[in-house]
Design a protein around this ligand. Structure first.
Ligand SMILES: Cc1cc2nc3c(=O)[nH]c(=O)nc-3n(C[C@H](O)[C@H](O)[C@H](O)COP(=O)(O)O)c2cc1C
Length: 356
């Protein structure tokens, strides 16, 4: 029997958060359908402006704000009573605005990483029901956040996501040289975070394991090892409901284990992707004359020195189907994808009826 998941005021029957996937890989459709199936669906806030009807090439931040609210509205059309949240990355310049748009748009939780979300409770002060969930990769980071939140805002996290740099997709919160070294122990970190909140704050909050969870066996293992739930992202890409193009999904279907690797993002963080050789991505930006059109990141090597490439455009291109020069983020398990399925079928597999 698998336990339900309760985060802040919200409860879902299955202990699964669908991880936020930018740009528009987890949009309204995926997040809405995951929520409808009984998990927590997350819209990734990053880069929603691009490809939105509000964007005129010059108003990136304003369009991003409107597009996020619209995305939430459409997700709730799919799952009116579902638990739908937003993944907001600290590394983006309009972080404060994306948190505000999330709250105003009715997000029930904000899951926030790619940097330490030290000021998050201050940004949501007018929306006390919105659950706050930082993403960390170490006990130390969780401690730092808890101390700062308690001191400055008299608040503590409603849950914590522990993301494993050795398996997760997208940006990773660990130095490149430490990833894959065998030093990192995901479930020791999960248990460490859990114990910290119990011992220091007398608080039993859900600690969620992210990275490398693909099937029921992985899920049961995570629960057995002390996690209260899992955050799964790559597994949901090859679904009919995933908001990425067919070609993006095909890239997952056709890849092998050797195709998946690490690259350095212009954001200064390592990332795990399918096409880790990013030279041709950069070439495409040079050919197109893309010159940091929006300044979307707080810190960006492409913006500052034209080093690497414009990540928001590279992710956007991939989402739209240009998998040759777009960037395809994925976790280490992406090679296991062997068919396009549905969100409901994944839930049926993870939680077979006889286990209820
Ligand atoms: C295509 C893709 C895009 C991602 N984008 C984001 C993002 O915008 N923000 C974020 O915090 N994490 C992002 N991630 C990380 C996921 O939310 C998740 O934590 C991680 O991939 C879990 O590992 P799994 O893919 O093995 O399930 C992304 C992952 C993938 C595969």
């Amino acid at each position: 029997m698998t336990p339900e998941l309760k985060i802040g005021k919200y409860r879902v029957p299955y202990p699964v958060i669908q991880g936020g996937m930018g740009v528009r890989v987890s949009g309204f459709k995926l997040a809405g359908h995951v929520a409808k199936s009984g998990g927590i669906g997350l819209i990734a806030a990053a880069g929603l402006a691009l490809n939105s009807p509000y964007y005129d090439g010059k108003n990136y931040f304003k369009a991003d704000f409107q597009a996020l609210k619209e995305e939430l509205r459409k997700a709730y059309e799919i799952a009116p009573d579902g638990v739908i949240g937003v993944n907001c990355m600290v590394a983006v310049k309009n972080y404060e605005d994306s948190v505000r748009a999330s709250c105003e748009g009715g997000a029930k939780l904000i899951v926030s990483g790619a940097g330490l979300p030290l000021g998050l409770p201050g940004l949501t002060a007018d929306f006390p029901d919105v659950a706050l969930v930082p993403i960390v990769s170490s006990v130390k980071a969780a401690e730092l956040i808890a101390r700062k939140w308690h001191k400055s805002f008299n608040r503590l996290p409603d849950a914590v996501v522990v993301e494993d740099p050795d398996t997760a997709g997208g940006h990773l919160g660990e130095k490149l040289e430490n990833i894959g070294s065998g030093e990192y122990d995901q479930y020791a970190t999960v248990r460490g975070v859990k114990a910290y909140f119990q011992e220091k704050w007398d608080l039993d909050i859900p600690v969620i394991a992210a990275g490398g969870v693909w099937d029921r066996q992985d899920l049961l293992n995570a629960l057995e090892q002390g996690a209260d739930g899992v955050q799964m992202a790559s597994r949901f890409v090859c679904t009919e409901e995933c908001d990425a193009s067919e070609r993006f999904k095909e890239a997952y279907l056709n890849c092998s284990q050797e195709d998946i690797g690490l690259m350095m993002s212009p954001a200064g963080l390592p990332g795990r992707a399918l096409n880790k050789n990013v030279e041709h991505i950069r070439q495409r930006d040079v050919d197109l004359g893309i010159r940091c059109p929006s300044g979307c990141l707080k810190k960006c090597a492409y913006k500052e020195t034209q080093d690497r490439f414009c990540i928001v455009h590279a992710l956007d291109r991939a989402q739209k189907g240009d998998v040759e020069t777009g960037l395809i983020f994925c976790g280490t398990n992406a090679w296991k994808a062997d068919r396009i399925t549905t969100v409901q079928a994944i839930f049926d597999e993870l939680f077979p009826k006889e286990s209820a």
